[in-house]
Design a protein around this ligand. Sequence first.
Ligand code: SF4
Length: 114
Amino acid sequence: MENPYVRPSPIIADRGENIGVAPQNLSYQQLEALGHPKNPLKAIRAHCVGCSNGVISEVNKCHLTDCPLWPMRMGRNPFHAQSKHSQNKDEAPVAFKQSEASETPIEKDLNKHA
Ligand code: SF4
């Protein structure tokens, strides 16, 4: 079945290559029907899970800090939390906590009751 959101490029240099339509030109209903998350953080998390072959623990352990999505891979925006709670933006990062690095909130909850 033909994808209605992919069309031949009108740009001559593209030589008829297919391009995706601009999402801002789609209606809310069209976007929703495609099944994409509305929340950008959920979209990032979904991308990271795909990047890690569906293995969530691999997303949590991702060490590719130069990836633009790395700070948000846990489905949260750490910059938002820091802007609320941090008085000094230049302060050294919080010490690395092994338990926080390897556990999702669900895993933490499960371990709490173990
Ligand atoms: S942060 Fe890691 S898991 Fe997410 S897209 Fe980048 S490399 Fe992949």
